[in-house]
Design a protein around this ligand. Structure first.
Ligand SMILES: *Cc1c(COP(=O)(O)O)cnc(C)c1O
Length: 371
C-alpha cells in the first residue's frame, strides 16, 4: 500500500494484528473448536495475566469500559444524591456512570498543557455529599496520583481511575489503574490495548468490591439461578479474551512505538507558529492514546478542513466538554479552560506502526494548512 497515494486514517488497527496474525488465528480457532464461548479458560487466563501485568489483586473481564465504570461505582456504593468529582474534558462514559445512579458529577477544570483536571483544585470542590473521585488519564497522559490520593484519603473518598485510554501507562512506576481503589479499562478497538469488538476490565485490590462486581456481571448471582442482587449481563467474550491474551505481551513494545512516533511529531512541529505540541508530565509515562495538538487563533476547524482536503484524517476529542452536552443541560457551570481546549484541540494520526513517511506527510500538510 503506497502511503503517499492513499488517505491517512486517524488510526489503522490492522498492522498490530497483522504482526501476530497466525497466533491470533490459532487462538480464535481454539475457542471455536472448544465450544466454550462464554467465560471459560481464556477469560480467567486473561484476567490472571492482566492482573499480573497491572500489579493488582483482582481483574474482572466485562462487556465494555462503560460497564467497568458503571459496575465499579455501583460496587463502591454510589447512591442517588451523592456527588463525584471528575473532569469535564473526557468521553461521556466517565460521568455517565455517575448520572446512571442519579448521583451528580462535579467538575474540576483542566490544565491546558496536560488536558487532565487540576488536582490542586479538587479539594475546593468537595462537599458533604462527595463520595468519590474519577480521574481520567486522558489521551494516555497520567494524572498526578500522589496528591490526588492524599486528598481522597484525607476526606474518606474512593478513587476510581478511568484508564480507558492509558493501558500500560504509569505514575512513578505504578501502572495506571492500580493506584486508586479501583480502575476501569476499555478494550474498544481504538484503545491502546484494543480487542476486535467491545470489551472492558475492572481492577481492584479490594476483595469485597471485586466480589460485588463479580456477582453484578452475572445478574447478581453468586450461584447460578440464585440471584441475590439486581445485576446485569456484562462478560468479556471468550473470543475477545483469547485475542487480548495474544496482544497483551506486546503492549509495552506498542506503547513504546507510540511514544517514538509522538516524539517524531513533536520534534517536527515544536515551535511552529499557531500550534502547541503536547507535553509529558515528568512523574510518569504518557502512552499517547492520542497525539493532540492545540491550534491557536480560532483556526482549528479551518486547519482540520485543509488536512481533510489533503487526505489526512484527524479527530476533535472533544468538541464539547461534558457540562455543555445536552444531557447535562441546566448544569450551570463555567469551565473556561476546557471550553477553550474544546475549540483548539486536534488529534493527529497515530498508531504503533505508523510509518515515518506517513508522519512526514501529516507534518507537511499541517504546516501548509497553518502557513
Ligand atoms: C472509551 C472510553 C470509555 C468507554 O469505554 P467503552 O469500552 O467504549 O465502553 C470510557 N472512558 C473513556 C475516557 C474512554 O475513552
Amino acid at each position: 500500500m503506497s502511503s503517499t497515494l492513499t488517505r491517512v486514517p486517524i488510526l489503522d488497527p490492522r498492522p498490530e494484528i497483522d504482526s501476530i496474525w497466525s497466533e491470533v488465528m490459532a487462538a480464535v480457532e481454539d475457542v471455536l473448536r472448544s465450544g466454550q464461548f462464554i467465560m471459560g479458560p481464556n477469560v480467567t487466563g486473561f484476567e490472571k495475566e492482566a492482573a499480573e501485568y497491572l500489579g493488582v489483586k483482582h481483574a474482572l473481564g466485562l462487556n465494555s469500559g462503560t460497564d467497568a465504570l458503571i459496575l465499579g461505582v455501583h460496587a463502591l456504593g454510589l447512591k442517588p444524591g451523592d456527588e463525584v468529582i471528575s473532569t469535564p474534558f473526557t468521553f461521556f462514559a466517565t460521568t455517565e456512570c455517575v448520572s446512571h445512579f442519579r448521583a451528580t458529577p462535579v467538575f474540576v477544570d483542566i490544565d491546558p498543557e496536560t488536558f487532565n483536571f487540576q488536582v490542586d483544585e479538587i479539594e475546593a470542590a468537595i462537599t458533604p455529599r462527595t463520595k468519590g473521585i474519577i480521574p481520567v488519564h486522558l489521551f494516555g497522559q497520567p494524572v498526578d496520583m500522589d496528591p490526588l490520593m492524599e486528598v481522597a484519603n484525607r476526606h474518606g473518598l474512593w478513587v476510581l481511575e478511568d484508564v480507558a485510554q492509558a493501558f500500560g501507562g504509569d505514575d512513578r512506576g505504578r501502572k495506571l489503574g492500580s493506584i486508586g481503589h479501583a480502575g476501569a479499562f476499555s478494550f474498544f478497538p481504538t484503545k491502546n490495548l484494543g480487542g476486535c469488538g467491545d470489551g472492558g476490565l475492572f481492577v481492584t485490590d479490594d476483595d469485597a468490591v471485586a466480589e460485588t462486581v463479580r456477582i453484578l456481571r452475572v445478574h447478581g448471582a453468586k450461584k447460578k439461578y440464585h440471584n441475590e442482587q439486581v445485576g446485569v449481563n456484562s462478560r468479556l467474550d471468550a473470543i475477545q479474551a483469547a485475542i487480548l491474551r495474544c496482544k497483551l505481551p506486546h503492549i509495552d513494545g506498542w506503547n513504546e512505538a507510540r511514544r517514538t512516533a509522538a516524539h517524531r511529531y513533536t520534534d517536527a512541529l515544536i515551535g511552529v507558529e499557531g500550534l502547541v505540541t503536547p507535553i509529558e508530565v515528568e512523574f510518569g509515562t504518557h502512552v499517547y492514546h492520542q497525539y493532540t495538538v492545540r491550534i491557536l487563533g480560532g483556526r482549528r476547524d479551518e486547519v482540520q478542513r485543509k488536512l481533510d482536503e489533503a487526505g489526512i484524517g484527524t479527530m476533535v476529542y472533544y468538541e464539547k466538554p461534558l457540562h455543555k452536552l445536552p444531557v447535562y443541560a441546566g448544569m450551570d457551570v463555567s469551565m473556561p479552560v476546557s471550553e477553550q481546549c474544546a475549540a483548539e484541540v486536534l488529534s493527529l494520526p497515530i498508531w504503533p506502526k505508523i510509518e515515518t513517511a506517513v508522519q512526514d506527510r501529516v507534518v507537511d500538510a499541517l504546516k501548509a494548512a497553518l502557513a
